[in-house]
Design a protein around this ligand. Structure first.
Ligand code: TXA
Ligand code: MG
Length: 306
């Protein structure tokens, strides 16, 4: 299928319809953040629990600060990583531009400035904030290609923009900056180390803030997922990592590169699942840098609490 232009997508958003939105992380299912009817359609299309708030995507840091209240550290993070795969949760300033339903009634709001040129073009043509969760149905792996996004939620959209395969492949890092405390709510493509280099040590688990959307079983294909596997058992497909592990076509990264593994993760989980295997086994992934985000998604796909 041929995609729509950013201008057509912006028109769809203005009339309250949903849009398939490419970003550098994963494909999003977008709506006008200020329109509660449109936002309600996102929750319906995904089967998403309404207590789980959405991320508002905006054009730049100035726009973000018209919606949220940033302290010095939030601003430092925005300057260091935007446009790009970082989401900042901060106190809400404008409750109209990101409606109550989009925030799940919270007094905080999640904002991000995406780096993908086509996402930026849609937001610019629309001229407002766009909420966009990942375009999968709730609980399933996030789509990282245009065709996977259409397969998941294409039935629900008024327009769909093709941005090619997502370069990053895992969702944005979510950091909260509330009451002077900076906490990591969701590991993602900006690593813990990169964030700590800007704002110093992050709050310990528990001292920080909660993210309502962190369900234990999440990002899951239909086949059972077994992590830290040494080899495939009968009927399983092994997603390998590193040289000589498993079949080349099922390797997350033959050279053991974490960026490549992140970019391939959801696509290979989906492709493996389509062959209806007895299970999907996944090699151990080193738990450093981007490995933290990959292991987080894998533990959840396997049904463990993160
Ligand atoms: O990379 C991404 O972030 C993608 C692309 C499309 O931008 N979007 C995405 O959205 O992953 P979603 O809805 O799948 O994940 C949003 C996460 C959820 O875990 C949600 O609970 C959390 O952000 N979140 C949103 N607002 C929050 C808030 N006010 N406080 C705490 N967590 C919040
Ligand atoms: Mg998601």
């Amino acid at each position: 299928m041929k995609g729509d232009t950013p201008e057509i997508a912006a028109e769809a958003l203005k009339t309250g319809r949903l849009v398939t939105l490419p970003t550098e992380t994963v494909y999003g299912l977008a709506a006008d953040a200020s329109n509660p009817q449109a936002v309600a359609r996102i929750f319906e299309a995904k089967g998403r629990p309404r207590f789980n708030p959405l991320i508002a995507h905006v054009a730049n840091g100035l726009d973000a600060e018209s919606i949220a209240v940033f302290d010095e550290r939030a601003r430092a993070l925005a300057e260091a990583f935007w446009p790009g795969p970082l989401t900042i949760v901060a106190p809400v300033r404008d409750r109209e531009r990101v409606c109550d339903l989009a925030r799940a009634g919270l007094d905080s709001v999640a904002v991000r400035v995406p780096g993908h040129p086509r996402a930026r073009a849609v937001i610019a043509a629309f001229g407002g904030a766009v909420v966009a969760p990942s375009a999968n149905r709730s609980g399933r792996p996030s789509p990282t290609t245009f065709s996977d996004a259409l397969e998941e939620t294409g039935h629900a959209v008024g327009a769909a923009v093709d941005g090619g395969p997502c370069a990053v492949g895992v969702e944005s890092t979510v950091v909260s900056v509330l009451d002077g405390v900076v906490a990591l709510l969701r590991p993602g493509s900006v690593t813990r180390e990169e964030i700590e280099a800007v704002v110093g040590p992050l709050a310990e688990n528990g001292q920080g803030h909660r993210s309502p959307g962190r369900l234990a079983l999440h990002y899951a294909p239909d086949a059972p997922v077994r992590i830290e596997a040494e080899a495939a058992k009968a009927g399983e497909i092994l997603l390998g990592f590193g040289p000589g592990v498993g079949e080349p076509r099922w390797s997350l990264s033959p050279t053991g590169d974490l960026r490549e593994a992140a970019a391939n993760l959801f696509r290979l989980l989906r492709e493996a699942d389509r062959t209806k295997p007895a299970g999907i086994a996944v090699s151990s992934i080193p738990h450093k840098g981007l490995g933290e985000a990959i292991n987080d998604r894998l533990r959840r796909a396997a049904g463990f609490v993160g």
